[in-house]
Design a protein around this ligand. Structure first.
Ligand code: NAD
Length: 487
């Protein structure tokens, strides 16, 4: 049986690539090819640029309220098609439908809605200078590139296009080659909502296509989500014409559980922050530091709940809460980390192996895994694994745990559980991380800026500052009196 073919989406329609190169997308829960994707060749990429120039010319001239109206129509369509879109995300990513159904599309739509509301409220400033004055305008940058990772494909496309388009830019989006369908659905929805052609184009491919975009002179900004190493390459390519960059990269985030914490709540947070989306979340708290006095109670509850409450299987089954990892290769990588953990002396409290659930026997599953007796120098404690693998470490005092939590080149997120509010804030203020939670973990509303410290990122997504980052300030000085000149 021949597979359906997904083409590139440029200027409001699907466009055939002349090169004839294509690649297959697999369903991670079944190991089956589900569709083919045409890779964008250079001529097609140039076509995407020409189209975006036309889209930008039209879109940037519209008033923010007019743009907002179209974006809000797209938001309504996203919500209306939630179930259909959620199933697409499940087939591309392997994540459970019970997550995609209430998180992926909704949080994507929320962000577009937030920026659609914010854009018309964005004001310039005016300042008197004696008789003269100046004013500032916030103008769009032009054509931006969005490059996405595979863990939240549609959500990432929404988080990047929302602020970019609300501010009047055009965007060429390259989804991950592993999960390209969600961004195409978004592009179609934008057109249906009345957006001018060329404002949001989607091109397919891997590193070559990404690099083509990040080096192109007509692109003014790159917003990238992916690994630290790829992010460094993107920044280097972006320097060709000094593009602006936003980098949402990897993490190895600490969760600190103090002796006065509500242990059950802390266990909930640790499980959410390690097993949700089968561990493929950048902000995951993969280093869980537990105070010695509550260590045994914490481990007891963690083991019981992990062994009794996690259900792996066909991710389209609404009861399943642990899906398949994105690819066989990634599953192997996660299993190699588990073996390294064992070799380096950590002990497995639970899990520690691949899974082959009855309802999805060929899927790339890994059992939810908890390592104990970990030390700070182990590979599993230092490196991002991006799978359901938690390392639990014991600590004795506040200064010690802050130092250990900060001993990493990454700084994406951090969490603290304590009933002492002064301690919770005091500790959080000393942690080198961009996204922090107190007695919570993982919540990311559209209003809250998110992004990393240190090598976890550059710039922010969501929140007011992100809209500003898709604009440039023009200052206009107005002379009201005679010019004084020695000439
Ligand atoms: P990746 O770096 O392998 O790929 C990301 C994207 O970059 C893909 O679309 C890929 O095709 C493209 N790409 C690859 N090489 C490129 C190049 N040379 N130039 C331009 N583009 C290139 O990352 P991944 O495996 O897709 O995603 C997992 C990583 O993403 C993890 O490290 C995770 O922590 C991170 N992530 C971060 C956030 C965040 O918001 N901070 C969110 C999700 C994922």
């Amino acid at each position: 049986m021949s597979l359906p073919v997904l083409q590139n989406f440029i200027h409001g329609k699907f466009v055939a690539s002349q090169s004839g190169n294509s690649f297959a997308v697999k369903n991670p829960a079944s190991d089956e090819d589900i569709y083919l994707v045409e890779e964008a060749d250079d001529a097609l990429l140039q076509q995407a640029i020409e189209s975006a120039k036309q889209g930008f010319a039209q879109w940037s001239k519209m008033t923010p309220i007019e743009r907002s109206r179209i974006l809000l129509k797209a938001v309504a369509l996203l919500r209306e098609r939630n179930d259909e879109l959620a199933r697409i995300e499940v087939q591309d990513t392997g994540k459970p439908i019970q997550e995609a159904d209430c998180v992926d599309i909704e949080t994507g739509a929320d962000v577009i809605e937030y920026f659609a509301g914010l854009a018309p409220a964005q004001l310039g400033s005016q300042q008197a200078v004696g008789e003269d004055f100046f004013y500032t305008r916030r103008e769009p940058l032009g054509i931006c590139a969005g490059i996405g990772a595979w863990n939240y494909p549609l959500q990432i496309a929404c988080w990047k296009s929302g602020p970019a388009l609300a501010a009047g830019n055009a965007m060429i989006f390259k989804p991950s080659e592993e999960t390209p369908m969600g961004a195409i659905k978004l592009a179609q929805i934008f057109i249906e909502a009345g957006m001018p052609k060329g404002v949001f184009n989607v091109v397919h491919g891997a590193a070559r296509v990404g690099q083509w975009l990040t080096t192109h002179n007509d692109i003014e900004k790159v917003s990238f989500t992916g690994e630290v190493g790829t992010g460094k390459k993107v920044m280097q390519s972006a320097s060709t014409n000094l593009k602006e960059v936003t980098m949402e990269l990897g993490g190895k985030s600490p969760l600190i559980v103090f002796d006065d914490a509500d242990v059950s709540q802390a266990v909930s947070a640790a499980m959410l922050g390690n097993f949700y989306t089968q561990g493929e979340i950048c902000t995951n708290c993969t280093r869980v530091y537990v105070h010695r006095d509550v260590y045994v109670a914490f481990l007891d509850e963690l083991k019981t709940r992990t062994e009794n409450n996690v259900i792996a299987g066909d991710p389209l089954d609404p009861k399943v809460n642990l899906g398949a990892l994105i690819s066989k290769k990634h599953q192997q990588l996660v299993l190699e980390y588990i073996e390294k953990g064992k070799l380096e002396g950590a002990n497995v409290l639970t899990g520690g192996h691949a899974l082959s659930p009855e309802s999805a026997p060929n899927g790339y599953f890994v059992a939810p895994t908890v390592f104990i007796d970990c030390t700070d120098d182990m590979s599993i404690v230092k490196e991002e694994i991006f799978g359901p693998v938690m390392s639990v470490l014991v600590f004795d005092n506040e200064d010690e745990v802050i130092k250990r939590a900060n001993n990493t080149e990454l700084g994406l997120a951090a969490g603290v559980f304590s009933r002492d509010i002064q301690r919770a804030h005091r500790v959080i203020h000393q942690l080198q991380a961009g996204i922090c939670w107190i007695n919570a973990y993982g919540n990311s509303p559209a209003e809250m800026p998110v992004g990393g410290y240190k090598q976890s990122g550059v710039g922010r997504e969501n929140g007011v500052e992100t809209l500003n980052s898709y604009t440039q300030t023009k200052s206009v000085y107005v002379g009201m009196s005679q010019i004084e000149s020695p000439f």
